[in-house]
Write a protein that binds this ligand. Structure first.
Ligand code: NOJ
Length: 531
């Protein structure tokens, strides 16, 4: 590969002590699926506590725990009935305190999910709203409206993200808005009590030692007062589009983020990363202004095909956003809402090879990386039988969309048979495939070539090697279907081959490779780090 014209990218993400997250590797714990301590087949806080040694061995700096708050679990915890308590399925507040204290002893920060766009329909506020008359203060905490066409039609044409209309009619014939499931009524962010309550929740967890938040639907919350119809061509389009969609990214949302940031600034070192499904660079950068979110997920790598040009563009655009915002980019390849990358990139051995290559591409980048639990084991999606499906998307779509359970199957820890040490019981909330015997943590720890070993080495190098210094990248010229970039500060080179033939490696000493190399050549579906 030949070196070409330099293109300087990336802002100076100079980190101070309170900015521990600037180059951090986060690990997303999907709490239901990580480790079950009490044997009910559902992961819990004590399970996470019991696996802190593993997380330290993996080398991650911080955790993001998905919602563990009191919830009827219509959307597995993203329907919160009490944001300041732990659901008994997951443990209790004392268990949370223990987890935070001991994670800190292992050098791991703990960030938690915040769900401010909506509550559960069993939240006392919503129960009160249903018991109260139209136009009452209790209803005004949510978005209730009269219907159109004499009341029989929903107030506008908005569609729920989970399928079907975004409105449900109540007994007195008013309608309420839910951008997700009907059990997740949207809050009215023009209401002062709603704001005051979130502030209380922020302080509640920060006072207990949480190091920050992942903010759910951080591009939601605010809605235009007149609730205009959306362009229905936006439905189901994830990523770039120009269709008018007033459900999300309303300008009023920034005022809410400023309120959140004001509270967080009282807690030095606390950080917030937003789930912002906005691809326009400038609109995304708006969320990262110095008085708003610290970080915003950039989902471009999730959306990019396994194609050199597409991945390079995703990286360049993400760096552009970060530079505009003067904030570190936040990279992710997957999470509990999207297909696991092994399956996305083709499944089987090919998918695994490609996912390993993309892990090195991601972990060589400047900024913050989020690893989704199981990604480090190379877990694929699981084809679950109909009876096992629990995601509300399955029902809401009239059984046309199988939903997200396929990427949420519990983690295989050890042994030869399900539940592979995930639970002391026999049953797990989603069935675990027998063939995962080959993918357990135990097996992979013993194998120097396993995906887990690759992640451990990569995370360690990323954290300790000088070659990872600096925030800017330069791109090399590369054969068709390949790319290589160099960290300008430290000099690390990351080369990726997505073509069908082996290509010469750039000059340098190989630090790590995602698969076997061939005497100076980089085989297809392989990435290498060189210095
Ligand atoms: C995004 C979360 O990641 C997803 O799992 C959830 O269903 C929706 N927000 C609604 O809270």
């Amino acid at each position: 590969m030949r070196r070409s014209g330099e293109s300087e990218q990336g802002p100076p993400f100079a980190a101070t002590d309170t900015e521990w997250w600037h180059q951090a590797t986060f690990y997303q714990v999907y709490v239901r699926s990580f480790a079950d301590f009490d044997g009910d087949g559902v992961g819990d806080l004590e399970g996470i506590h019991s696996r802190l040694g593993y997380l330290e061995l993996l080398g991650v700096d911080a955790l993001w725990l998905t919602p563990f708050f009191t919830s009827p679990m219509a959307d597995h915890g993203y329907d919160v009935a009490d944001p300041r308590d732990v659901d008994p399925v997951f443990g209790d507040l004392a268990g949370f305190d223990r987890l935070v204290a001991d994670a800190h002893k292992h050098g791991i920060k703990v960030t938690i999910d915040l769900v401010p766009n909506h509550t559960s329909d069993l939240h006392p506020w919503f129960v009160e709203a249903l018991e109260s008359p139209p136009y009452s203060a209790a209803r005004d905490r949510y978005i209730f409206r009269d219907g159109r066409a004499g009341g029989a039609q929903p107030p506008n044409n908005w569609v729920s993200v989970f399928g079907g209309p975004a409105w449900t009619r109540v007994a007195d014939e008013q309608w309420y808005l839910h951008l997700f499931a009907p059990q997740q009524p949207d809050l009215n962010w023009a209401d002062d009590e709603v704001r005051a309550d979130l502030e209380r929740t922020l302080r509640f967890w920060l006072d207990r030692g949480a190091d920050g938040f992942r903010i759910d639907v951080a591009h939601g919350m605010a809605k235009p007062a007149e609730l205009p119809d959306m362009d229905l061509r936006a439905v189901g389009v994830i990523g770039d589009h120009d269709f008018y969609d007033p459900r999300f990214d309303d300008d009023g949302v920034h005022d809410i983020h400023r309120m959140i940031r004001k509270v967080m600034d009282e807690y030095p070192g606390a950080m917030a990363v937003g789930e912002v499904w906005v691809t326009d660079n400038h609109r995304l950068a708006n969320y990262l202004r110095s008085d708003e979110l610290h970080l915003g997920f950039n989902f471009r790598l999730v959306l990019a095909e396994f194609d050199a040009a597409a991945v390079r563009t995703a990286i360049e655009e993400s760096l552009r956003t970060a530079a505009t915002a003067d904030a570190p980019p936040a990279w992710t390849l997957s999470n509990h809402d999207v297909w696991r990358e092994v399956s996305r990139y083709g499944g089987g051995e090919v998918g695994t090879r490609r996912a390993r290559a993309m892990a090195l591409v991601e972990l060589a980048l400047p900024g913050v990386v989020f690893v989704y639990n199981g990604e480090e084991l190379g877990l694929p999606n699981v084809d679950l039988p109909d009876w096992a499906l629990q995601d509300p998307m399955w029902e809401r779509s009239g059984h046309t969309d199988r939903g997200r359970d396929n990427c949420r199957v519990p983690i295989p820890w050890e042994g030869d048979l399900p539940p592979f040490g995930f639970s002391p019981g026999d049953e797990t909330w989603l069935p675990m495939p027998a063939e995962w015997a080959a993918l357990t943590v135990e097996r992979q720890l013993e194998d120097a070539d396993s995906t887990l070993s690759l992640y451990r080495q990569a995370i360690e190098l990323r954290k300790t090697h000088d070659a990872f210094a600096g925030d800017a990248l330069e791109w090399y010229g590369a054969p068709e279907g390949c790319f290589a970039y160099r960290r300008k500060g430290g000099g690390l080179i990351c080369a990726l081959n997505m073509s069908d033939i082996a290509v010469p490696l750039p000059p340098g000493e190989v630090l790590l490779a995602s698969g076997p190399l061939d005497e100076g050549y980089l085989p297809p579906d392989t990435a290498a780090w060189l210095v």
